[in-house]
Design a protein around this ligand. Structure first.
Ligand SMILES: Cc1ncc(COP(=O)(O)O)c(C=O)c1O
Length: 354
């Protein structure tokens, strides 16, 4: 494998830069379980203001943030509604069931995007035999279906419906930053329709650890108790929060570069016989694609690209994902595109590689 690897497997593979580490090094810290870490307090105030919410809670991961959100909104025996391919349902180890005693009812979106017409009429009747519909969870951008961005009006329609029906609305905004940069719609506008919003600092923004859950002051007070229950109360974690503050200051606007680089790689995939973008458009930094079976499997494509120093992720027998991020330059995106154009056509039928 060439010495400098271009790692497109995930936007979580970034390493903290020297400047980010310098910010971590000088962070003021205290015991955050006592509310005494000044850097965490500053991060929480900053994120709440940025997203237009009353309060925020710093947590170790996006998974914990979402699952604290689910538990704080629900009671055991409740039901949440979500999209078939969303992270909360598929990739959080059964958290709603295991941690909150909540069942998930899924609806398949248009490449992950739900429409109010799919939800209207689906709330369970108030009847002692039925599970109680309590929460709707959306994901924006939507990871598993190509980094898709919701149209704000679709979210606003779902929000009006949830609130008219006394349901809560939660956003898994692990990559909300990408939607903000790609659309020019502010964080506050994106977040206004939601009762709670989770954002991550450890994906496109390049921080090593951390997410934040935001909502009303009353909601976050209750969420703080659940964070303790889930073992997420941290002590002098201001060293980590300093990296998140650094990321907010320095790494949001540059996401546009990741989106441009993603389009360069997506074009190479679109140009390569036997590969197909799925979905066909790339809205942000996530590129999901399929390999024709007569080319071999996704694993064969991974191996062929790995030999040229490009790492992509096989997500299924024929499915793959490539992500752009802070540690992939424009030149490396071009290099990865060249590798795809050169390596994949050399795959011979039945996956035996030239
Ligand atoms: C959409 C989405 N939500 C939540 C998460 C969970 O984040 P974490 O890995 O920090 O638990 C991820 C992780 O990639 C994600 O893609």
């Amino acid at each position: 494998m060439p010495s400098s690897v271009i790692d497109l497997r995930s936007d979580t593979v970034t390493k903290p830069t020297p400047a980010m580490r310098a910010a971590m090094n000088v962070a003021e810290v205290g015991d955050d379980v006592f509310h005494e870490d000044p850097t965490i307090n500053r991060l929480e105030e900053r994120v709440a203001a940025l997203l237009g919410k009353e309060a925020a809670l710093y947590v170790p991961s996006g998974t914990m943030s979402n699952q604290i959100g689910v538990k704080t909104h629900t009671q055991p025996g409740d039901e949440l509604i979500c999209e078939t391919h969303c992270h909360i349902y598929n990739n959080e180890a059964g958290g709603p069931a295991a941690l909150s005693g909540v069942t998930c009812r899924t609806f398949e979106g248009d490449f992950g995007i739900l429409d109010i017409t799919q939800l209207d009429g689906k709330i369970r009747p108030n009847n002692e035999h039925q599970v109680r519909t309590r929460l709707v969870c959306l994901e924006n951008t939507h990871n598993r279906v190509g980094g898709r961005i919701y149209r704000l009006e679709k979210i606003q329609a779902i929000s009006a419906w949830t609130h008219a029906n006394n349901l809560a609305l939660h956003l898994d905004g692990a990559r909300l930053w990408n939607a903000i940069v790609a659309t020019g719609i502010s964080a506050q506008e994106w977040c206004k329709p939601f009762d709670s919003v989770s954002v991550c600092f450890s994906k496109g923004l390049g921080a090593p650890v951390g997410s934040a859950l935001t909502g009303s002051r009353e909601f976050i007070t209750r969420a703080r108790r659940v964070r303790k229950l889930f073992g997420g109360g941290m002590r002098q974690a201001g060293v980590l929060a300093a990296a998140c503050l650094y990321a907010l200051d320095n790494n949001i606007h540059r996401l546009a570069e990741d989106h441009r680089n993603a389009r360069v790689i997506a074009q190479a995939i679109a140009d390569t016989p036997g590969l197909r973008l799925n979905p066909p458009e790339v809205d942000t930094n996530l590129i999901w694609f399929e390999a024709d079976a007569d080319l071999g499997t996704a694993a064969d494509v991974v191996t062929a690209l790995q030999k040229r120093g490009v790492l992509v992720f096989a997500t299924g027998r024929q499915f793959l994902r490539a992500c752009t991020h802070l540690d992939v330059s424009a030149a490396q995106a071009e290099q990865a595109a060249d590798a795809i154009r050169q390596a994949v056509p050399r795959l011979t039928p039945a996956g035996s590689r030239a």
